[in-house]
Structures are given as structure tokens and as C-alpha cells.
Ligand binder design. Structure first.
Ligand code: URA
Ligand code: CA
Length: 434
């Protein structure tokens, strides 16, 4: 097989075969095919697209390019949740214990990563002693025992995707639905779940800014999952404003605890119930989505969800007394309020700008090796649609620096008031099943 012939084929709009896609992905991973040829192929894909079969083949080829976790030793249907990323998205911290308490085995592989805040593993490390560096055997044993464990992402998960993503980044080919969908799905497949519930975000703080693009990406991922034999569905949820109130690592752990107690923000609670119901249903633990939802509400109110969180934290070395004493979580030195300058209604909270402010405080990494400050972040006190009186605090800034002018200005630019009453945004924009 010659790479030049495959580029030509794709350039002219002909689909590639399973063997051809395998050849390209293997060749690129082991450096026998150079960047310039793969760049040309990516650009051809960008313009010509990929068939459903090509997308499934690319996903499988990337999933098998490195380590894959074998979860067969765990009983039951393992369901994974994946979010396409937003600002202050605390759902994973809530959903793990919540659906585990409903009997769904949750074997969660999670990364650190770049962004406005740390990844799930960073957030959990706000709990003293907690660690996700466990062996695969410990991981599987913990899921079998407690129905929930979190393991740090293997450095050798989908190396083909890592290389291709980096190349796409510098060849203006990131923004291709077939390439994004297979990139995301390859990591989910390598992480071993039987069924996948996708939370595709839409709006200013999301990777996909328009509803149309978000739906197209969701449909593409759902099709890939179902075509390769993993039951997959997607919820399209709002990210025009940050989810919940907290954006920051320790702040989000506290927010997750509140939500598991039934005292969390309305939007975060509702999204967790929607995603959680799909997870419970996909795992065969309830006969309908409505029954699954009722089960989750019961589990929150009878304390089982919170108890599961404690057991999970302790099993991975963490101090579970933070659940009853959240002041034991890392605390920032300064808390600065952001008073409203006039009366009105909150009209906009531009999610990615608020996220950037949280990153400036130190809540997220700017480069792969930078440190994050687990204590800092932003707590919104108002969400879109709420009325505000002049002088009332719009948000609280948790900082470890005396210099916060830049963050304050950024937040005033991000939280916009209107003189007229504003409706809160719709939280769930759609659901896509196979
Ligand atoms: N996230 C991914 O993991 N891959 C993409 O291609 C885009 C976003
Ligand atoms: Ca949040």
C-alpha cells in the first residue's frame, strides 16, 4: 500500500477501506508515514468528509493504537459518561457516586488536562490524601467492591489520537466533525465501557458554539458508538453560562457534596438527574427513564449517594471527613465580592470568559506542566434570569493573590445586566439516541 494513493483516493471523494485506515493509523503512530502526507490526508478528509463506516474504522484503529483497559472482570454493564467540556462542569464528581449508589458499576478513567480548572483527578485531589495512581488490578477490585473508582489516564491511551490531534492543531483541520467524533470516541472505547452517555455542550462556553454543530457532533458520536457495538446516546446541554455556581477545584468538590445532599444548584442537579437516568437505564438497572430518575432522587434524599461518595474517597486514601467539614478543603486567602453596579436582571454570563478568569486565578493549567491552585476560583451568586439590586454580589472571587484587578474587570465584562426581565436559558436542548 502506498500513502500517496490513499491521499489521492480521499482527495477524489472515494471512501477508504478498513485495511487502508488501519495502515494509515499504524504507519503514522510508528513514524513510517511522515507528517506531510498525513497533513494532506487530513485536509482531504476536512473537505470530503468520511462515511459512517470510515468513522467507525478510524475510531477502532485509534482505540487499538495503545493501551486499552479490559473491564471484563467487572460484573454488570459498565457505563461511562463523557462531556465535551465546559466551564465549571461538576457533573462527573456528582454522577459517579450517584449512579454507583444505584448499582451501576462506574470504572472512570480521568485525566488532568488543560483548561479553566483542573480535570476530575485534580479536583478530587483537593481532598487530602486522595490519589488516582492505582494499578489496573486495584482499580477493578475497587469497582467490584464499591461500584466506583477513578484511575488516572494511562500515558499510552490512544497515542494515534494524540499525534493526529497535535497535527490537526497546526494544519487547520481540528474543526472537522468526523475527526472530532472519532477522536473523542476512540478514547472512550480504549477506556473500556460497554455503554456511553455523552453530554455534548452547546453555547459560548462550549467547544461547539451553535446548536446545529452540537447536534451534528452528537449524532456523529452516537452513530460511531452504536456502529461498533457500544450502546451510545447523547444529551445536548446548555453551556451559554457556567454550570452550577462553582468554578474551581475545591469549590467544585464542595458543590458536588451539596448536590449529593440534595442542596446543589438547580441546573447542575437537573443535568445530573438527566444524565444519571440515562446511565442507570443503559445499565439495565431500571425499566424506564422515569423509574431511573425516581431511583436517583430517592438515593439523594435517603443519603445513599453521599455515603457512596465517602466510601469512594476513603477507598482511594482520601479524608472523607471533608464531607461533613468542607472547611477542611483547601481555602483561599482572600474572598472578594463583585458588587452589581446597578439594578437589573442578569442577561449573560459568558462562560468561557468566566473560565479564563478562573484560570488567571490559578484554578487551571495554562501549559501541560504548570501547577494549579486547588483553593482558588469563582463562585457565582447570580445566574441568568435572576434579578439583582445595585451593590448585591454577583460573584465571589477566591484568590491567593492580593492583585485581582484583571480578574475583577474580566468578570464585569462577562456578567452583563439588563434593565428588562430575562428568561433563564433552556438547560437541555435535545437528546439523540441510536
Ligand atoms: N476533543 C477531542 O478529544 N478531540 C477532538 O478532536 C476535539 C476535541
Ligand atoms: Ca460548577
Amino acid at each position: 500500500m502506498r500513502m500517496v494513493d490513499l491521499i489521492e483516493k480521499k482527495r477524489d471523494g472515494e471512501p477508504l477501506t478498513t485495511e487502508e485506515i488501519q495502515f494509515i493509523v499504524e504507519g503514522y503512530t510508528e513514524d513510517s508515514i511522515p507528517d506531510y502526507q498525513v497533513s494532506a490526508l487530513l485536509m482531504a478528509i476536512y473537505f470530503q468528509g468520511m462515511t459512517e463506516k470510515e468513522r467507525a474504522d478510524l475510531t477502532m484503529a485509534m482505540a487499538s493504537s495503545g493501551d486499552q483497559i479490559d473491564l471484563r472482570a467487572i460484573g454488570g454493564i459498565k457505563v461511562d459518561k463523557h462531556s465535551t467540556g465546559g466551564v465549571g462542569d461538576t457533573t462527573t464528581l456528582v454522577l459517579g457516586p450517584l449512579v454507583a449508589a444505584a448499582g451501576v458499576p462506574v470504572a472512570k478513567m480521568s485525566g488532568r488536562g488543560l483548561g479553566h480548572t483542573g480535570g476530575t483527578v485534580d479536583k478530587l485531589e483537593a481532598v487530602a490524601g486522595f490519589h488516582a495512581e492505582i494499578t489496573n488490578e486495584q482499580f477493578i477490585a475497587l469497582v467490584n467492591k464499591n461500584k466506583l473508582a477513578v484511575i488516572g489516564q494511562s500515558g499510552n491511551l490512544t497515542p494515534a489520537d494524540k499525534k493526529l490531534y497535535a497535527l490537526r492543531d497546526v494544519t487547520a483541520t481540528v474543526n472537522s466533525i468526523p475527526l472530532i467524533a472519532s477522536s473523542i470516541m476512540s478514547k472512550k472505547i480504549a477506556a473500556g465501557a460497554d455503554a456511553i452517555v455523552l453530554d455534548v455542550k452547546t453555547g459560548a462556553g462550549a467547544f461547539m458554539k451553535t446548536l446545529e454543530d452540537s447536534k451534528e457532533l452528537a449524532q456523529a458520536m452516537v452513530n460511531i458508538g452504536n456502529n461498533i457495538g457500544r450502546k451510545t446516546m447523547a444529551v445536548i446541554s446548555d453551556m451559554s453560562q457556567p454550570l452550577g455556581f462553582a468554578i474551581g477545584n475545591a469549590l467544585e468538590v464542595k458543590e458536588a457534596i451539596d448536590t449529593l445532599k440534595g442542596e446543589g444548584p438547580e441546573d447542575l442537579t437537573e443535568l445530573c438527574l438527566v444524565l444519571g437516568s440515562h446511565m442507570v437505564y443503559a445499565a439495565g438497572r431500571a425499566d424506564s427513564l422515569e423509574a431511573a430518575r425516581q431511583m436517583l432522587i430517592t438515593i439523594i434524599h435517603n443519603g445513599e449517594a453521599l455515603q457512596k461518595f465517602k466510601v469512594f474517597i476513603e477507598a482511594q486514601g482520601g479524608d472523607s471527613s471533608i464531607v461533613d467539614h468542607p472547611d477542611k478543603l483547601p481555602q483561599a486567602k482572600y474572598k472578594i465580592e463583585l458588587p452589581a453596579k446597578e439594578d437589573g436582571w442578569v442577561a449573560e454570563i459568558v462562560a468561557d470568559h468566566v473560565g479564563t478568569a478562573a484560570m488567571w486565578l490559578g484554578a487551571g493549567r495554562t501549559t501541560k506542566d504548570s501547577d494549579i491552585d486547588l483553593a482558588v476560583g469563582i463562585q457565582l451568586n447570580k445566574k441568568i434570569g435572576e434579578s439583582v439590586k445595585s451593590g448585591e454580589s454577583l460573584a465571589s472571587i477566591y484568590s491567593n493573590s492580593e492583585e485581582n484587578e484583571q480578574v475583577i474587570e474580566q468578570l464585569y465584562r462577562s456578567i452583563l445586566l439588563s434593565k428588562e426581565k430575562v428568561q433563564p436559558p433552556v438547560l437541555i436542548h435535545g437528546e439523540i439516541t441510536g
